[in-house]
Ligand binder design. Structure first.
Ligand SMILES: [Zn+2]
Length: 74
């Protein structure tokens, strides 16, 4: 049953794409590289991002962490 439904869905999509075209990619306007200043202020603490440490894990299962500088050290 599921396979028959999928086959019907594939045929339906093939017909629809003849007048809609493929999915649109991008923002809809010319895009430039996202260039950011390295000394931009941190959105969390306001200190320059160059004073922060990014802890990247060795595997793909643990999220990276941003460590803000200690405000008492300054
Ligand atoms: Zn910060």
């Amino acid at each position: 049953m599921a396979r028959e439904h999928w086959s019907w869905y594939e045929k339906f999509n093939r017909v629809v794409r003849t007048f809609t075209g493929p999915a649109q990619l991008g923002a809809g306007h010319p895009e430039a590289p996202d260039v950011r200043r390295p000394d931009a202020a941190c959105p969390l603490c306001g200190a320059p991002m160059t004073e922060h440490v990014v802890e990247r894990s060795a595997d793909q299962h643990t999220a990276s962490r941003l460590v803000c500088p200690d405000p008492r050290a300054a």
